[in-house]
Ligand binder design. Structure first.
Ligand code: ATP
Ligand code: MG
Length: 454
């Protein structure tokens, strides 16, 4: 304890006694000697008491100081100083209350951040000056680590969005003048490029972290892609139908005009027209089947299907086509193969398409091999291999898209619609199975279907 404080406190405590003794001596009531002895005794007791009191006050002050720390300090012994003891108890209670409140505030802040982090869409909070003051995990994943307190333009360089945010935050005389929410669609460059809809909303007043406007980026890439695919699909389907229709109309014109009385030409043209009509019928059938499968794609089929009878049936059906191309079809079905879980008619369509492709694209005088075996656990694998020209690797990922063909002219000439593998993929998806394609150009291809076994 500082000596000066101790001395001054002692002087203050001794002054009344000294004054009283001096007055007694001055009025002659007390001689000098007893007065001095009395003063010495009083001084000795006072000095001890003052020292004790000041030491207690020091301990009390230290205790109060420590109360604002993280851990609760031990209450000091404050003997002979009753008032300080009560003060210390009151201060400890107060500090406890504060600590509880601070814990619940910390808790609230942590759960608020957890909720914001849990949002699947990136969220950015900006303050009045358009500086970034809050981001969630999705925003960091999308934009990389965003430096807090930097202008929004450092993370999102999109003039239209920045202008919209400015209009949201614009004020005159302290009053907001712009709209309180906006939506801007933007393209975020990068691999892959993302179509994003940015929704921004101004809060009624700034949040504790300074956030005044919240920006949520909603990824619309899949939606756009689906829109584009639908548009492409309609365009492709119309285009596929246009060619045979144009052909048929041309022949009708010819039959009405120049070839009106030419019996031989009429026969020939009618034959071609029948072929074109047949092609349109196949196309429409395939389109209808695709839409039917798509409609109930989410409902998983549950019947037990004997794979052997399905494969043998399809082989018999395509036998004629195979022998006309001098292609042998070989079936190898594992004994005691468990039945597949699925829809018999749809599985027939799958293998009819795969085996038809194998025969169609095989080199003449080769063998198409069909192997069915059980895979553990609870799976069946059926593969169809051909010795054809194979498919270059670049085409493999797109092969199951509607109307996608490796060699357009050749497929059309072989009577293909380009929808076969798209149908296969949809059926396999509905069965919660998998389609795998392996191909070596020049050697041949293998299409494997994995299905759940009963
Ligand atoms: N076994 C195969 N060998 C080589 N190429 C193949 C094979 N199977 C499919 N392809 C390629 O994939 C494309 C798409 O096949 P898909 O079965 O969808 O259409 P398609 O056979 O032309 O017509 P269809 O709708 O009548 O089946 C084919 O055009 C062909 O280029
Ligand atoms: Mg096909």
């Amino acid at each position: 304890m500082p000596l000066r404080r101790y001395l001054s406190a002692s002087v203050v405590a001794l002054t009344p006694s000294a004054v009283a003794l001096a007055v007694l001596h001055w009025t002659g009531a007390l001689a000098a000697r007893p007065a001095l002895i009395a003063f010495a005794c009083i001084s000795a007791v006072t000095v001890v008491l003052v020292q004790h009191y000041i030491a207690s006050l020091g301990r009390f002050a230290r205790f109060v100081g420590e109360l604002s720390g993280q851990t609760e300090p031990a209450m000091p012994r404050l003997s002979f100083t009753p008032a300080t003891e009560e003060l210390a108890t009151a201060a400890a209670t107060l500090a406890n209350g504060w600590r509880r409140q601070r814990a619940s505030i910390d808790n609230l802040a942590a759960s608020a951040q957890a909720i914001v982090d849990g949002l699947p869409d990136p969220l950015i909070g900006v303050d009045r000056q358009r500086r970034i003051v809050r981001t969630n995990r999705a925003a960091v994943a999308l934009l990389g680590a965003v430096v807090a307190e930097r202008d929004l333009s450092t993370a999102l360089r999109h003039p239209e969005l920045l202008a919209a945010i400015d209009s949201l935050l614009a004020t005159t005389d302290g009053n907001f003048t712009g709209p309180d929410q906006i939506a801007v669609s933007l393209v975020l460059s990068g691999a892959p490029e993302l179509d994003v809809m940015a929704h921004a909303r101004r809060l009624p007043r700034a949040a504790a972290d300074g956030s005044l406007a919240l920006i949520v980026l909603h990824d619309t890439t899949a939606l756009r892609r689906a829109e584009r695919m639908r548009a492409d699909f309609v365009a492709n389907a119309s285009h596929e139908l246009k060619t045979p229709i144009a052909g048929i109309m041309g022949f009708i014109e010819t039959l009405r005009g120049p070839a009106r009385d030419d019996a031989a030409a009429r026969e020939r043209f009618l034959g071609i027209m029948a072929e074109q009509a047949e092609r349109m019928r196949r196309l429409v059938d395939d389109l209808l089947m695709l839409s039917r499968i798509e409609q109930h794609e989410h409902a998983r089929p549950a019947a037990e299907v004997d794979v052997r009878s399905v494969l043998e049936g399809v082989r018999d059906l395509l036998q004629l086509k195979a022998s006309s191309r001098k292609v042998a079809v070989e079936l190898a079905i594992a004994p005691a193969l468990p039945p597949a879980v699925g829809d018999r008619d749809e599985l027939i369509i799958v293998f009819q398409n795969l085996i038809d492709n194998a025969i169609k694209y095989a080199k003449p005088a080769t063998t198409v091999r069909i192997v069915a075996r059980a895979l553990d656990p609870g799976l069946l694998a059926i593969s169809v291999s051909d010795e054809g020209d194979g498919i270059p690797a670049a085409h493999l990922p797109r092969l199951t898209e509607r109307f996608y063909r490796v060699d357009n002219a050749r497929s059309r000439q072989l009577g293909g619609t380009g929808l076969g593998l798209a149908i296969v993929k949809h059926v396999v998806n509905r069965h919660r199975g998998r389609l795998e394609i392996q191909s070596t150009p020049g050697k041949g291809s293998t299409f494997s279907v994995t299905l759940p076994a009963a």
